[in-house]
Design a protein around this ligand. Sequence first.
Ligand SMILES: O=C(O)CCC(=O)C(=O)O
Length: 305
Amino acid sequence: MLQLVGPGEYTDGVPVHGVWSAMHDPLEPPRLLDVPATELPLACDWLGQLHRQEIDGIVVRGLFKPSVGATMSTRLHQLMDSETDDGPLLRMTGNNKRNAVNVLGHPALPTSRHPTGPPVEWYLDHSAEVSVFYEDLFDDHYEFPHVIEQLFRRLAAGRPLQLIHASDGRPFGRYSARGFAEQQGFVPHAEGMHVGGPVVESMSDDIDLDTLFSMFAVVSAPDAGGELVVYRGAWQGLRGRSDQLPQDLHNYPHVVLPLQPGDFIVFAAGRLVHEVRPVVGERMRWTVGAFGAFSKSEDHAVYWA
Ligand SMILES: O=C(O)CCC(=O)C(=O)O
């Protein structure tokens, strides 16, 4: 059964149902559609609704079997020990545990290594270097990028989702795998605060960066903690301004999402403040994800890592 999540928090993993008016009151918590993969309609335009800000996100439960996630997280653990000429393959993105993850891939957005985002050439070279590891990660029976592109088309009334390419034809990074170890998480932020980096700025003028979204699949869940919390109304959407978060953020309407292996989420991370609560226990939280945005013509969307 299709559920709208909210208001407030999940209780023991069970979403609280909400009844929504046609206009979304800014004091209501974010609106997330929550649907089992087995009950997805063959075609709908939920991503169009996300684009028009009628909803804030879509959670698809059980997109792949937990056993697929278990295989992927074993491989990711093995890759954590690999070295490249440039240092360890999986790097820490932040400089303290509360705001850091181990990442396979090179985010186009700021990290501790590139506080204003990586230079374009560096990003393209390093993304090509790590792309071979993804071929190993998603085995022959589970072609992850293909599954996501198909899912997107289905949720977006047929609109295609296309990987971004640089003007010389080189592909952007496709995905990054993010491993949150004990105590690691992300402090509250909205992706729209960081869109000024060189890689994002190099994107075609046809892309509407005010429609930025995040999407990721959950590969493994921690014993506790690691929930995604999405807030409403806490940021005015001033691009590139990261100093605007209210002190009393936790009083803002929000949803807390415990996510399980096999779940997939796409949400308006560009305009909505969100955080990942610190992971509790030894089991890592692994996700594989990317960022996306709609074209100005609204007839397709693009993604990159
Ligand atoms: O891993 C998560 O739950 C969220 C990561 C994040 O900040 C994003 O995808 O925008």
